[in-house]
Design a protein around this ligand. Structure first.
Ligand SMILES: [Zn+2]
Length: 92
């Protein structure tokens, strides 16, 4: 039995590089305080420490299945922690 989404565990957010996250509009913020208006798929490069339910993620949105932009990362946004958790448990 799992607890579902009752408790958001904000510590120990373990997202290995290369993890693909499907994020819905409203779950990620290209700029602080500005929820995105479209869904996106990103390949994770690095994840910062969560803060107040949001976490800063560096990743690739160029070609999430095989990043080809040649940069360290081409995508950066604050993401709702619960959305990441939903991806990690395979709910998406
Ligand atoms: Zn890229």
């Amino acid at each position: 039995m799992t607890g579902g989404r009752t408790t958001a565990r904000q510590a120990d957010l373990d997202v290995p590089p290369g993890t693909r996250l499907f994020l819905l509009a409203g779950e990620w913020r290209p700029e602080p305080g500005k929820p995105a208006s479209r869904d996106t798929l990103v390949s994770v490069v690095a994840v910062r420490q969560p803060s107040r339910g949001l976490v800063l993620i560096h990743g690739h949105a160029c070609n999430p299945h095989n990043p080809d932009c040649g940069r360290h990362h081409c995508w950066e946004a604050h993401v709702v922690v619960a959305a990441i958790t939903a991806n990690l448990v395979g709910a998406r």
